[in-house]
Design a protein around this ligand. Structure first.
Ligand code: TXA
Ligand code: MG
Length: 329
């Protein structure tokens, strides 16, 4: 792995966007904020840059990447949208939604980025810093979350710096992200299918489609070698500490990730306590999730106990990430 790169950190703004575009053109790696999490970008057409990106993240090379573009015209140069895909794009782009569609015949995205599939994952981010970088660069940018593979996704520039300093060229600091969990991924190959719950709730997508989203085949969630959306690797979001879900009490060597107003037995003796949302607001909880997991993990508790979170709205994405964090490695 190439380390010892000088990682430059710039504030968001015109100069930051220009520097990001120049770095991407030169085949470099740029971390930048999107509304969901910070992404680690490379020129989607540059296979060498993408190879460096996989190496910097320590990511399994068959995990395909999301191509980020500034608008629907750019999206349609990369992928073929059927009527339902277009309806979702119209309703939710720019925003925390990724659509997997068939590639166009002259799709410029490198095969390495799509893991040789004939489909491509596309997203138009809403964050103005991401938009400014994409427009300044002018091409598609592939960007996984800007963390070492297996770590929780970064919601602050400092998280990116902790994981990737010395491995990438540039971090554009746009402050804390708003949504806090990754985009929802919908496959639009046949009947629209929920491949990954995320920052846009299932309920809102189904309301636009007027029909329930299809479920991926079960083995996609349980089989690590050939996952349908390989980000669904069972233990993808792992803190170092064990994670204990559905906690109804807290032990003295545990940290507590709380949700809502209830006070659990043992809470006063816990190593540390953080509350995702004292008022039980699921959007607020999603925004806090990865940062709080990192903070609690840094206290080196034996385990992080997590209170139950309802499986509705963004709770579906939060519980998905927590279940992956809880897989015993
Ligand atoms: O919010 C997000 O989506 C962030 C920001 C940076 O945009 N990005 C992100 O990327 O979460 P990443 O690489 O961590 O997750 C991308 C997911 C993976 O689960 C990958 O397997 C899936 O997208 N994916 C990419 N291309 C696919 C394809 N053609 N078919 C099925 N799944 C695909
Ligand atoms: Mg990721």
């Amino acid at each position: 792995m190439k380390t010892g790169l000088e990682t430059l950190i710039l504030p968001a703004g015109a100069a930051g966007a220009e520097a990001a575009a120049r770095t991407l053109v030169a085949g470099g790696l740029v971390a930048f904020p999107t509304e969901t999490v910070y992404g680690l970008g490379a020129d989607a057409a540059n296979a060498a840059a993408i190879a460096h990106l996989y190496a910097a993240k320590g990511r399994p090379a068959f995990n395909p990447l999301i191509a980020h573009v500034p608008d629907i015209a750019a999206a349609r140069r990369i992928g073929r949208f059927d009527a339902r895909a277009l309806r979702l794009a119209d309703a939710f782009w720019p925003g925390p939604l990724t659509l997997v569609v068939p590639k166009t015949d002259n799709c410029p995205v490198a095969d390495l980025a799509t893991a040789g599939l004939d489909t491509v994952a596309i997203r138009i981010p809403a964050h103005q810093v991401a938009q400014a970088i994409l427009r300044a660069f002018g091409g598609a940018v592939v960007a996984p979350s800007a963390n070492i593979s297996g770590h929780v996704s970064p919601t602050l520039a400092a998280h990116v710096e902790n994981d990737l300093s010395g491995r990438i060229d540039l971090i554009v600091d746009g402050g804390p992200v708003k949504v806090g969990v990754e985009s929802t991924i919908v496959g639009c190959l046949d009947a629209p299918m929920l491949l990954r719950p995320g920052g846009l709730s299932r309920e809102r997508i189904e309301a636009v489609l007027g029909a329930p989203l299809a479920r991926p085949p079960l083995e996609a969630e349980s089989c690590d070698s050939q996952p349908l959306a390989p980000g669904m690797l069972a233990s993808h979001y792992a803190p170092r500490a064990q994670v204990r879900l559905g906690a109804q009490d807290v032990a003295a060597d545990e940290a507590l990730l709380a949700f809502g107003p209830a006070r659990l037995p043992g809470v006063d003796g816990a190593v540390a306590v953080m509350n995702l949302s004292p008022t039980a607001d699921l959007d607020e909880a999603a925004a806090n999730l990865f940062g709080y997991l990192r903070s609690l993990d840094a206290k080196s508790p034996r385990a992080i106990a997590v209170m139950a979170i309802p499986e509705e709205g963004l709770g579906e994405a939060i519980n998905d990430r927590l279940r992956r964090a809880a897989v015993v490695r």
